[in-house]
Design a protein around this ligand. Sequence first.
Ligand code: CUA
Length: 334
Amino acid sequence: MKRLATVAPAVCVLSATGCGGWQSALDPQSRGAAEIANLWWIMFWTTGVLATLVIAGLLFAVYRARRAATADAGGTVQDRERRFIFLAGAAVPALLLVSFVALSVRTGASVSEPPGDPGLRVEVTGHMFWWEIHYPGYGVTTANELHIPAGIPIEVRVTSADVIHSFWVPQLAPGKVDMIPGRTNRIWIMADEPGRYRGQCTEFCGVQHALMSLLVVASPEEEFQAWLAERAVPEAGSDPLSLRGREIFGEAGCAACHGIRGVTVPEFSGSPGPDLTHLAGRETLGALTVENSRENLTAWILNPHHFKPGVRMPPTSLDGDDVSALVHYLESLR
Ligand code: CUA
């Protein structure tokens, strides 16, 4: 009992820490996400009160049964008790469940369409274990960082290149949507305010499912347009070391899986690795696994499994100079 008294508050505190922050469905930042959060709170409070009543009733029943045993009262079920069992055990729960279903269906219908015409369409493809992001009409492809304008509904079309994944940005999206190979699903997201939000794959897709995260950056419209315009004109270093790095990129086999716009398209179909055209502009490596720094990029190329065991990229056996040249080149890609 003593141990329970110590453990129970710790468990409560730990589970409550999951309720805040930039990936919390309970801190919605758009109308769609807010409706989902409201539904959650209605269900939470209703079932919370109900659970309390049931436990209180149970304790009362135990107490009464003990007293009845000592007084040796008769054990027959009265009509009053039958009525209570019918009402509390069947009628009220049935009514509540039907209400919950009706409320869920109404919320689902209300959030299925955006509040206005989508200002932008993006295509997101799930891969083991990263996100390919494409802006149709702009010729911009990137990975793991979804940039959107704030205050405008965005249509997100999702599919998968391998297994089933699921797209979820708790603060911005009205729920989750499965990413299924050979099929395109739709969801809309919106950020009321500019900010940074976190998304997560929510369908178990393999060993690194947990490290398949997404950064969503919502900026004011002009800032977003500037970002998009910059991405439309890829930049790469042209100094001798960068050119050497570019050669190594081809020789070492990187180009088999990674595309760099204007330089190489992946040899294997379905681009098994993220497009690297704007790699230096990204904040993280490995879908939010580590910060995109020179040391981490070098270590990642040598052995990505150190950061993300089971990732599909194989380790390389390049020597120190070659890796430096390669990293120098990759760090010039904007
Ligand atoms: Cu992708 Cu789980």
